[in-house]
Ligand binder design. Structure first.
Ligand code: ZN
Ligand code: ZN
Ligand code: FE
Length: 761
C-alpha cells in the first residue's frame, strides 16, 4: 500500500442511526475495504473515523450514504478530513465518555425478509420459531422499561441467551449484533395455547392449534406485539357476529389481517402506494377500497366501503395466518374505547367471556401500543392513528427549541414531547374517559420524559377546563399554557409540513372548546403557530342535552331544525321519538349548548335524512352519510350563504338544513342528498377561502380537524382548492383528528416561551 496517499476522514451522521443496525453496517463496509478506524454513538447520531487509501475512503463514503440499513434515516451528513493516527483495525466503540447520548428507541418493526426466510427454512435453528427477530426487525418500544436500551432493562430480562444466541449478539458481522430481543427456541420466549378457563390445551404446536380453532370458527385471543387481539375467521358471518355480540361492539368496522400481499387484491383495490404501506416495516392497517365481492362476512365492516387491512407483521402472526383462514378479523382486545389489554393474567380474566381460547406467550408487553391506521388520500398516505411501527420515531421539526410537553385532547389522545428538532409523539392512548386510559396516559407521559431524558420547561394543554388532560397538566407544578383546540390543529398541520405560515386554516372538526366558552368545531382561522384570527365560523346551532346529542343524532337534528324553521317540519325520522319533550327543552334552552361544530352538521344531516338516528361508535352518522354518496359529489347543491359582521364571517347552516329538508320531502334518495350536501360544503369552503384570501392576501390553505377523515370531502376540496390556485397543506405524518393535536399544542408552547404567542383573536 502506498502510504503517501493514506488519509483519514471523519463522518458525523445524525438522524435515526442508533438501534437500527447502523454500527454493524459501517463495521462491515469498513472491514471489507481494509479501513482502520472506529464508530461510536454520540448525542444525536454516530461518529465515524476511517483511515486508509483516499480512493477507498471515497468508495466507503458513497456506500455509507447509499446503502444504509433499511430502518435508518440520515438527517444530516458531515464529512471532514482529519490527521492520520496510529491505529489497529476497525472498532465499534462504546459511547463517548461523559457525553450525553440520546438514545432513540426504535419503533416495533415488522418481520424482515431475512428472518422470514429463516422462519420458513426447516434447516434453520429458528424454523417456525414465533419470536425470531434481528437488528432489522422485532419488538422494541413495547419491551423497553427504562434506559439504557439494553437487554436487562427490557422485558427480555428474564431470558438468558444461550451460547449460540450470545455469540450472534456479540459478533459485529452478525445480523443479530446487539439485537436486544435476540432469542431462539432454546433460550427465548415460547407460545402457549390456553382454553377460555385458562387451562393449557395440549397441542404439539400452540400456533397450529390456534389456527385449527380459527378454522372451526372459534374466537382466539392472540397476544401480539403491542397487546392482545381478538381474531376470528372473516369469511364466517356467524362467527364474526358472535364476536360483535360478546365484545359489545355493534357496528364499528373491524380490521382484518390478510395472509399475504398477493391475495389482498382479491378483496380490495390496492394502489402501489397502499401495497407498499402494507408491506412496510411499520406494517399499519391501511384503509383500502373494499371490492365487496361477497367473500367476506357482511358483519366485518357494515355500512363502510373501506376495509382496514394489515399483513402479518410478527412471526407469530405469520405462522398463524399460514394455517388459518386467509382473512382474519383482527381487532384490538379492549372494551368500549378502553386501552388494549396487554397482560396475560388480565387477558384471562377480562377476555375469558369473549375468547374461546388464548394464544399467549411469556414475553411481557411493557407498553401498550395499538395498530396504526393509515389511508391514501389525494395521492398521499395519511395517518389516522399513529402508533405501533411509528412510535417513538420522531416527527422532524424545522427548528429546535426548549423542551415542551403537550397533553393532547380528550378523544384519540396522544402526548407530544419536543426535544431539539424532534417531536416525540406517544402512541395512541385513546379516549380519556375511563380509568384504564388514564393510567395509560400517565405511564406514557412519564415514559416519554424518561426515554428521551427531557424535562419540560412548559406543559401545554387544551383550553377545556374539564378535560382530564388539562387537570393533569395543572398538577405537575410546572409552567402551563392552555391552547385553543383549533389553533392547535392549525399549528399541528404547519409543524408537520415544516412551514411557518401564515395560512388560511380550514379547521373542520367535531368539538373544541372556544375562547368564548362555547363549543367550536367549524372554524376558518387566518394566522400561524403563534396566533390566528377567527376569520369565520359556522352558524351556532343548539346541542340539546350536550353529549347525548352526539350519540343520538336525531336529537341534534331536532335542534338544527328548531333553529332553521319557524314552523317545525314533520319528517319521517321523527317517528316513534319523543319529539315533543325534546323540542320543549330546546325551546327553553334547558341544558342546550351552542356549537359551531362541523362534525355535528354532518350528523344532523345524516339524521334528518333518515340515514342514522343513533350511533354506536364515534363518527358513525357522518361516515355513513359519506358512503351514501358513493364517492362523488355531483353538481347539484343546497343554498349556502355567508354573512359578514364587523369583519367576522358566519357560514350559515340554516339555509343548508332547510334545503336538505326540502330534498327529503321531495323524496330524493340518500345518495342524492349526500352528494348535494358534500357539494354544498365544498362550494361554501371555496367561497369562504376566497373571502379570507382577499382580506389577508394569503394564498396557502391548511386543512385540519377530524372531519377531514372524510375521504370524499377531503379529496374534492383539495382538488378544487388547487385548481383555484391555492397551495394546500394537509396532514400526513400525524392525524388530522385529535391524535395530532398534541404536536400543535407543543409547537405553540415554543412560540409562547419565545415570547411570540398571540393566541386566538
Ligand atoms: Zn429480522
Ligand atoms: Zn438462544
Ligand atoms: Fe379536534
Amino acid at each position: 500500500m502506498e502510504t503517501g496517499t493514506e488519509a483519514r476522514r471523519r463522518f458525523k451522521v445524525n438522524g435515526i442511526v442508533q438501534g437500527v443496525g447502523f454500527r454493524p453496517f459501517v463495521y462491515r463496509i469498513a472491514v471489507a475495504r481494509g479501513l482502520k478506524g472506529f464508530i461510536r454513538n454520540t448525542a444525536s447520531g454516530v461518529l465515524i473515523e476511517v483511515q486508509g487509501e483516499a480512493g477507498v475512503i471515497e468508495g466507503f463514503s458513497r456506500k455509507l450514504q447509499s446503502e444504509c440499513p433499511p430502518l435508518s434515516k440520515i438527517e444530516t451528513f458531515e464529512e471532514t478530513a482529519v490527521p492520520c493516527v496510529r491505529e489497529e483495525g476497525f472498532t465499534i466503540g462504546a459511547s463517548g465518555e461523559g457525553e450525553e447520548v440520546e438514545t432513540l428507541i426504535p419503533p416495533d418493526i415488522a418481520l424482515c425478509g431475512d428472518c422470514r426466510t429463516e422462519l420458513q427454512d426447516p434447516l434453520n435453528r429458528r424454523f417456525r420459531y414465533p419470536f425470531i427477530n434481528c437488528t432489522n426487525c422485532g419488538p422494541r418500544y413495547t419491551i423497553v422499561g427504562r434506559l439504557p436500551y439494553d437487554r436487562p432493562f427490557t422485558s427480555m430480562h428474564g431470558f438468558t441467551m444461550c451460547p449460540e444466541c450470545e455469540r450472534e449478539y456479540h459478533d459485529p458481522l452478525d445480523r443479530r449484533f446487539h439485537a436486544q430481543p435476540n432469542a431462539c427456541p432454546v433460550c427465548g420466549p415460547a407460545a402457549l395455547l390456553l382454553d377460555a378457563a385458562g387451562e393449557k390445551i395440549e397441542f404439539p404446536d400452540a400456533v397450529a392449534g390456534a389456527a385449527a380453532m380459527l378454522r372451526e370458527g372459534k374466537i382466539v385471543a392472540l397476544k401480539g406485539v403491542g397487546g392482545f387481539h381478538l381474531a376470528v375467521d372473516a369469511s364466517n358471518d356467524e362467527a364474526v357476529r358472535r364476536l360483535r355480540e360478546r365484545k359489545g361492539r355493534e357496528a364499528k368496522p373491524f380490521a382484518v389481517m390478510v395472509r399475504d400481499i398477493g391475495i389482498v387484491s382479491r378483496y380490495c383495490d390496492c394502489t402501489p402506494a397502499e401495497a407498499a404501506a402494507l408491506a412496510s416495516p411499520e406494517a399499519p392497517i391501511v384503509l383500502l377500497r373494499n371490492r365487496g365481492t361477497g367473500e367476506l362476512a357482511p358483519s366485518v365492516a357494515p355500512g363502510n366501503d373501506r376495509l382496514g387491512v394489515m399483513l402479518p407483521y410478527s412471526p407469530l402472526h405469520l405462522l398463524l395466518c399460514a394455517d388459518a383462514p386467509e382473512v382474519l378479523v383482527m381487532t384490538s382486545a379492549n372494551f368500549s374505547e378502553e386501552p388494549i389489554v396487554t397482560d396475560n393474567v388480565e387477558a384471562l380474566s377480562r377476555l375469558g367471556c369473549v375468547a374461546d381460547c388464548f394464544l399467549m406467550h411469556n414475553r411481557p408487553i411493557w407498553l401498550k401500543c395499538d395498530d396504526s391506521v393509515t389511508i391514501e388520500l389525494s395521492g398521499k398516505l395519511r395517518q389516522l392513528r399513529r402508533s405501533r411501527g411509528y412510535v417513538p420515531a420522531p416527527v422532524f421539526l424545522r427548528e429546535g427549541g426548549p423542551v415542551v410537553l403537550a397533553t393532547g385532547g380528550e378523544l384519540k389522545n396522544t402526548l407530544a414531547l419536543l426535544k431539539g428538532t424532534h417531536a416525540l409523539l406517544s402512541q395512541h392512548i385513546g379516549d380519556m374517559k375511563n380509568y384504564e386510559a388514564w393510567r395509560h396516559f400517565e405511564q406514557a407521559a412519564e415514559h416519554l420524559q424518561h426515554l428521551f431524558q427531557a424535562k419540560p420547561e412548559l406543559i401545554v394543554h387544551d383550553l377545556h377546563p374539564g378535560y382530564m388532560t388539562t387537570e393533569w397538566a395543572l398538577k405537575q407544578g410546572l409552567p402551563v399554557l392552555g391552547v385553543q383546540h383549533h389553533h392547535a390543529h392549525l399549528a399541528s398541520c404547519l409543524a408537520e409540513n415544516r412551514e411557518d405560515g401564515p395560512v388560511i386554516g380550514l379547521m373542520l372538526d367535531g368539538t373544541g372548546y372556544g375562547t368564548d366558552g362555547t363549543i367550536w368545531g367549524g372554524e376558518v382561522l387566518a394566522g400561524d403557530i403563534a396566533g390566528a384570527e377567527r376569520f369565520a365560523s359556522f352558524e351556532a346551532m343548539p346541542l340539546p342535552g350536550g353529549d347525548i346529542a352526539v350519540t343520538q343524532p336525531w336529537r341534534l337534528a331536532l335542534g338544527y331544525l328548531h333553529r332553521s324553521f319557524s314552523d317545525m317540519p314533520e319528517l319521517p325520522f321523527m317517528q316513534g321519538k319523543p319529539v315533543g319533550p325534546v323540542l320543549e327543552l330546546i325551546g327553553k334552552g334547558n341544558n342546550v349548548h351552542e356549537t359551531s361544530s362541523c362534525g355535528r352538521l354532518f350528523d344532523a344531516v345524516s339524521a334528518l335524512s333518515g340515514l342514522r338516528d343513533e350511533i354506536s361508535y364515534e363518527g358513525q352518522a357522518a361516515i355513513e352519510l359519506m358512503h351514501a354518496a358513493k364517492g362523488e359529489t355531483g353538481t347539484g347543491a343546497f343554498t349556502h350563504e355567508l354573512r359578514e359582521e364587523g369583519g367576522r364571517w358566519t357560514m350559515l347552516v340554516s339555509p343548508i338544513i332547510r334545503d336538505a329538508v326540502r330534498a327529503v320531502r321531495q323524496g330524493s334518495s340518500l345518495q342524492e342528498i349526500s352528494r348535494m350536501f358534500h357539494r354544498t360544503m365544498v362550494n361554501l369552503l371555496l367561497d369562504i377561502t376566497g373571502k379570507a384570501s382577499k382580506a389577508s392576501g394569503i394564498r396557502t390553505v391548511a386543512l385540519s380537524g377530524g372531519v377531514f377523515q372524510n375521504a370524499l370531502l377531503f379529496e374534492t376540496l383539495v382538488r378544487e382548492l388547487e385548481t383555484a390556485g391555492y397551495r394546500v397543506l394537509a396532514h400526513s405524518l400525524v392525524p388530522s383528528n385529535d391524535g395530532g393535536l398534541s404536536l400543535g399544542q407543543a409547537v405553540i408552547g415554543r412560540s409562547f416561551l419565545a415570547g411570540n404567542y398571540r393566541g386566538i383573536r
